[in-house]
Ligand binder design. Sequence first.
Ligand SMILES: Cc1cc2nc3c(=O)[nH]c(=O)nc-3n(C[C@H](O)[C@H](O)[C@H](O)COP(=O)(O)OP(=O)(O)OC[C@H]3O[C@@H](n4cnc5c(N)ncnc54)[C@H](O)[C@@H]3O)c2cc1C
Length: 312
Amino acid sequence: MTTLLLAAHDGASLKDATLKALTAALAIGDDIHVLVAGDGVAGAAAEAGRLKGVSRVLTAEAPALAHGLAEPLAALVVALAPAYAAILAPSTSTFKNALPRAAALLDVMQISDITAVLAPDTFERPTYAGNALITVRSADPIRLITVRTASFRATPLEDRAPAPVGAVTAPTDFGISAFVSDAFSTADRPELTSARVVVSGGRALGSEEQFKALLLPLADRLGAAIGASRAAVDAGYAPNDWQVGQTGKAVSPDLYVAVGISGAIQHLAGMKDAKVIVAINKDAEAPIFQVADYGLVGDLNEIVPELTKALG
Ligand SMILES: Cc1cc2nc3c(=O)[nH]c(=O)nc-3n(C[C@H](O)[C@H](O)[C@H](O)COP(=O)(O)OP(=O)(O)OC[C@H]3O[C@@H](n4cnc5c(N)ncnc54)[C@H](O)[C@@H]3O)c2cc1C
């Protein structure tokens, strides 16, 4: 039976998260419809038609869908659900908000944050803050799934005749939630969740000034995004949207440099899938060294400037 993939997009084009969730959808079945919901989605819908395995693109356009409000998006998913055995979406904040509501309305279970597809009805997902993996088999008639995109490679757009695009009826505005405003942080740096290199700082940086003074030059040399532990964020050394971990962002860069971070399981939950992990910590027993490929035991106030200098 056909799978429905919910697209993350900015109206003009698809987000990388969609191409990664597609890889999970293809592991379930090779007949895929894509739903592009929003207000002004022609560009993203045209791209969706060139995704591998996609036989149909559905567009739903309405002002109520413009900002991913959970109530109209969930209602849309519920209306479309009977035609599908599985509905997948990347684990973005929008879909993590909308899909469990749709699951509740359909009286099926929500399967969150899958990291592997073992069979069309069987999935692997992390639990206990990423400290264990569980295998979930669903007997529900419709499976609602969010995909941890850090665990899947992107399936690129194909150079092919695009799949047909057709509009579906958008839900009415329920009037129970309304978009007020959003604010984007602007930075010259790569975006944290898709960066190839991430330099992260912990509580040991000691102050916002020191965090910036030590980590920004190192990140500049490496072309890296900057991350932080929750302790560093809570202490005000780094902004909230830099937090990596269970209650922050999940990252899987080629290189992750952890500076003055102890390696609590809640932090590891967000970065242990990095290909190469470098840890700088003065405590040789710090748990971060259990996942590190390279460990530097010493004072970060000496090591980081030396490393930055050596990188020229
Ligand atoms: C429900 C829940 C959710 C959570 N979610 C997250 C999350 O998403 N992300 C997250 O990061 N945490 C999260 N936490 C918090 C987590 O448990 C840890 O408290 C936090 O990660 C610790 O941050 P840290 O490693 O920066 O600080 P610390 O644990 O205090 O570690 C500081 C490290 O710096 C080292 N150090 C000190 N001075 C120096 C120096 N001069 N040079 C080199 N090394 C030095 C120390 O040896 C130590 O290992 C969560 C906790 C809970 C309960």
